[in-house]
Design a protein around this ligand. Structure first.
Ligand SMILES: O=C(O)CCC(=O)C(=O)O
Length: 280
């Protein structure tokens, strides 16, 4: 893992744009090791699901989502609790320490549909808005193969709209046409292998369909600044599993400190199990 700290100029760009591409973070050997670890953990969760893409829900057609794989596998845990990545996240949030909200594999199958444009924070009962996602494409990401696009500056405009990307309760709100951002073009980001793309929890983002020949293998780690509290009673496994009341600090064994801790000091898996499949 690169040991280069983020430059001031990169942190300022993240604050301005709400996302940041950092290249050459993971080495080719780490991509093989960590990619293999996440592949095995995903197989352990959903290996017995033999439905075709067409048989899946619209949401599942965007990606196979498995959260908190760090609980299943020590090898994945080494990635989720990697000190270099955690330190980068803390620098971007201006935090003295960061905790895990959750991690997740987002594997977009061959032929998988786009990921509808949305913000993350409306799904998450946490405040204040000091969360950042590290989006790690093990094979890199290309425009026609499930790359992400971000609406620059959309995290700073007072925009916070729930978009039902699960297509469960309502048609997803077309946030790209919201008057606050309708005149800002989303920026498509091509990420070479080894890159990490960070985005803020209020940044509007989307991903293209996977028209390539291979599964798009992405792993995300979502960090929050230590000290955040539960914002409301919206259900979410991260706070519900550790019975965090509204306005109480989120600090139980489902969301341990990621950074700083000593490199080989990995936290134990919490009692109980995360949901088998996705949760936004
Ligand atoms: O990878 C994708 O398709 C979507 C990722 C996303 O929405 C996120 O990381 O918050």
């Amino acid at each position: 893992m690169s040991d280069r700290p983020l430059r001031t100029e990169e942190i300022e760009r993240f604050e301005r744009d709400g996302y940041l591409l950092v290249e050459d973070v993971l080495s080719p050997a780490e991509l093989v090791t960590f990619g293999g670890a996440v592949d095995s953990a995903v197989e352990g969760r959903v290996g017995d699901d033999d439905r075709s893409l067409e048989e899946k829900t619209l949401y599942e057609q965007s990606f196979i989502q498995c959260i908190n794989l760090w609980e299943d596998s020590l090898d994945v845990r080494r990635l989720t609790f990697n000190q270099r990545l955690g330190e980068m996240a803390a620098s971007l949030l201006g935090a003295d320490a960061v905790r895990i909200w959750h991690d997740q594999a987002l594997y977009k199958e061959v032929g998988g549909r786009e990921t509808d444009a949305h913000q993350d924070r409306p799904f998450w009962p946490i405040k204040p808005a000091r969360q950042v996602t590290a989006w790690i494409p093990f094979d890199g990401s290309k425009r026609k193969q499930g790359a992400m696009a971000y609406v620059p500056g959309s995290h700073r405009l007072g925009l916070e709209k729930f978009v039902d990307i699960t297509h469960t309760f309502q048609e997803p709100y077309d946030v790209l046409r919201d008057p606050l951002i309708a005149d800002i073009e989303p920026v498509w980001v091509t990420a070479p292998p080894g890159s990490v793309v960070f985005h803020h929890s209020l940044t509007v983002h989307l991903a293209g369909a996977n028209q390539g020949p291979d599964k798009r293998r992405v792993y995300c780690i979502i960090y929050f600044a230590d000290g955040c509290v539960r914002r409301n009673a919206i259900p979410h496994p991260t706070v519900d599993r550790q019975q965090v009341e509204v306005d109480a600090k989120i600090c139980g064994d489902v969301s341990p400190i990621v950074w700083p801790r000593s490199a080989e000091d990995l936290p134990p898996a919490p009692v109980g199990r995360p949901p088998k499949l996705g949760y936004t």
